[in-house]
Design a protein around this ligand. Structure first.
Ligand code: NAD
Length: 262
């Protein structure tokens, strides 16, 4: 059982999906949490208060927009002023857009590179001085199977995720003697509300059962034909925060049902 008592975790894009699962897993292990991400004030407050009451830790929400470097620095500062330190940084916020490369809207390209790649650089840049000072840190970047392989029509997403893989290795080397690790987690298809909501429409459009949509459409590339769960991804992140994982750094860990083995 990993204990993160007395530590603070900043998790970008943690109002939903994988990020929220990271936040709840780290809170369960005793960390105070800086949530970040979009949502209605009521939805965000429900998750923030739920973390505090379920796990008896403190949680604050930073509204920082991950496409704005100054706001990213403020998010890290919020963790330091609220709880005294930022010991764990999880770069997880991400968006997707699908289009042929020659038609890819310029604003979508810029937004994906900013939110899925540059935000991790800005957050790392802001969090590392405190981690170095305290001599301990864990940086975890949610990459993707698309940090290792490509799919057509996802040029910006694949470029950003390959960039995250390179950033992870570089930061790991720079911090290797400071007891700060930096790793990437690369999920395949993860069962999130976002994915679940697409199923009814696809069933109708293709006249398929739910099982057919999952196996033949969504999980075509995933050999196990099963989704990864957010809890499985969060458990891997929690392990990376443990003392047992102190020699894992610069790694890009696949959790993808065998997708990138093919
Ligand atoms: P999600 O849509 O459920 O969550 C994305 C989070 O990012 C939300 O909290 C959202 O509010 C936040 N966000 C979006 N734009 C933001 C911005 N400008 N500033 C701040 N926050 C912002 O998606 P998810 O599936 O949980 O994805 C999380 C991460 O995992 C992403 O980086 C994604 O690329 C990666 N990933 C997801 C899958 C999957 O199948 N779901 C697979 C591989 C990798």
């Amino acid at each position: 059982m990993v204990s993160l008592a007395g530590k603070t975790a900043v998790i970008t894009g943690s109002t939903s999906g994988i990020g929220l699962a990271y936040a709840r897993a780290m809170a369960k292990a005793g960390a105070n949490i800086v949530l970040n991400g979009m949502g209605t004030p009521a939805e965000i407050e429900k998750e923030r208060a739920g973390i505090e009451s379920d796990f008896k830790v403190k949680a604050v929400h930073s509204p920082a927009d991950m496409s704005k470097p100054a706001e990213i620095a403020q998010m890290v500062a919020l963790g330091e002023t609220s709880f005294g330190s930022v010991d764990i940084l999880v770069n997880n916020a991400g968006i997707q857009f699908v289009s042929p490369v020659e038609e890819f809207p310029l604003d979508k390209w810029d937004a994906i590179i900013a939110i899925n790649l540059s935000s991790a650089f800005h957050a790392i840049r802001a969090a590392v001085p405190g981690m170095k000072q305290r001599g301990w840190g864990r940086i975890i970047n949610t990459a993707s199977a698309h940090s290792l392989v490509a799919s057509p029509f996802k040029s910006a997403y694949v470029a950003a995720k390959h960039g995250i893989a390179g950033l992870t290795k570089t930061v790991a080397l720079e911090l290797a003697t400071h007891k700060i690790t930096c790793n990437a987690i690369s999920p395949g298809y993860v069962w999130t509300p976002l994915v679940e909501r697409q199923i009814p429409d696809t069933m109708k459009a293709r006249n398929m059962t739910k099982e057919q949509v999952i196996r033949d459409v969504m999980l075509e590339a995933q050999p196990t034909k099963e989704f990864v769960t957010v809890e499985q991804v969060a458990a891997l992140a929690l392990y990376l925060c443990s003392d047992e994982a102190s020699q894992i750094t610069g790694a890009n860990l696949s959790i993808d049902g065998g997708w990138t083995a093919e």
